[in-house]
Design a protein around this ligand. Structure first.
Ligand SMILES: CC(C)(COP(=O)(O)OP(=O)(O)OC[C@H]1O[C@@H](n2cnc3c(N)ncnc32)[C@H](O)[C@@H]1OP(=O)(O)O)[C@@H](O)C(=O)NCCC(=O)NCCS
Length: 270
């Protein structure tokens, strides 16, 4: 069986979205297109009998960090070594670019594979889900894409995500409250809250009330439980933990300031 890896193309987006939706994931065609926009050379696929069988995406945040995501194999083509082959290719790609640290958020299914490739556990990441609130209680904030948030984000995340933030802002401008900010976007199963960076819990509360009061019936909010204020806020908004993933690292240790991260950008993005 051929394990030839090829670049994922814009024409693959419908099939790739089918793959992620089959796995019960939330990414839309717009999310896949954004990944292709910000990392056209880092999106990889294996095709089998003319069908998209497996995918993996590497998003480079400068040379400090690359994020691995969208590790998917079609249910008809699992346990044939497709994911391992794609991951080996992705690691070669990142190593070839001298990326110092590689990270990902692993599902239970993916974790043994990553461990065998040298990834070690960093910390838990949780998906919380909840419903919207009464929009009348939400006060309007200035929504704008300001370059200053690139600086704030770098401090919080530990690497330069400006390309990603620019792409997200192009889809929907963030809510900004002083130097604190929040993005949100639609999803297949629920609206997605994040990334959100804030230096205090009350600003994060005001920002998140923006979208928790919006027109989506249901929201996903992925956070680091190490930030107890973020988990407390999610509980205050009536959200509940739905899934637990494991953030894993290969290569150099790299940490930002988790206490300021109120929502991650996505399991596939960091
Ligand atoms: C996880 C997933 C990508 C694996 O894809 P795959 O192509 O079947 O994986 P491979 O055939 O390359 O197997 C790789 C290794 O993982 C192991 N593995 C694969 N699926 C597994 C499972 N469900 N449970 C435990 N181990 C598993 C295999 O034993 C193999 O180990 P080996 O190479 O030492 O034999 C696939 O099951 C999938 O798409 N799952 C749903 C989405 C998901 O959870 N993705 C991971 C995101 S972090």
């Amino acid at each position: 069986m051929s394990l030839a890896v090829r670049i994922l193309l814009p024409s693959d987006v419908p099939a790739a979205t089918e793959l992620s939706t089959l796995a019960g994931w939330n990414q839309t065609e717009g999310d896949w297109r954004m990944l292709l926009d910000i990392s056209p050379e880092g999106c990889f696929a294996i095709e089998h009998e003319g069908r998209l069988a497996a995918t993996t995406v590497v998003t480079c945040y400068g040379q400090e960090l690359a994020w691995l995501g969208m590790v998917l194999a079609h249910p008809d083509y699992r346990r044939r070594g497709f994911a391992r082959r794609l991951l080996e290719h992705a690691l070669e790609f990142a190593d070839g670019r001298n990326v110092r640290s590689l990270k990902l958020d692993a599902t239970d299914q993916g974790q043994p594979l990553y461990q065998s490739l040298g990834f070690r556990v960093e910390q838990e990441v949780q998906r919380w889900s909840g419903t919207g609130r009464d929009p009348a209680r939400v006060r309007q904030l200035e929504c704008s894409a300001v370059p200053e948030i690139f600086v704030v984000d770098r401090e919080a995340f530990g690497a330069d995500r400006s390309r990603l933030l620019g792409a997200l802002a192009g889809r929907k401008p963030p809510a900004v409250l002083r130097q604190n900010y929040l993005f949100w976007r639609p999803g297949v199963r629920a609206g997605y809250i994040g990334p959100c960076v804030s230096d205090d819990v009350e600003s994060a509360r005001t920002l998140i009330a923006q979208c928790a009061g919006g027109d989506e019936a249901r929201w996903f909010w992925d956070l680091l439980p190490a930030n107890e204020h973020a988990a407390g806020l999610a509980a205050d908004f009536g959200f509940r933990v739905e899934r637990r993933l494991m953030r894993m690292t290969r290569g150099a240790e790299l940490r930002g300031n988790d206490a300021t991260i109120y929502a991650i950008a996505g399991f596939e993005l960091g």
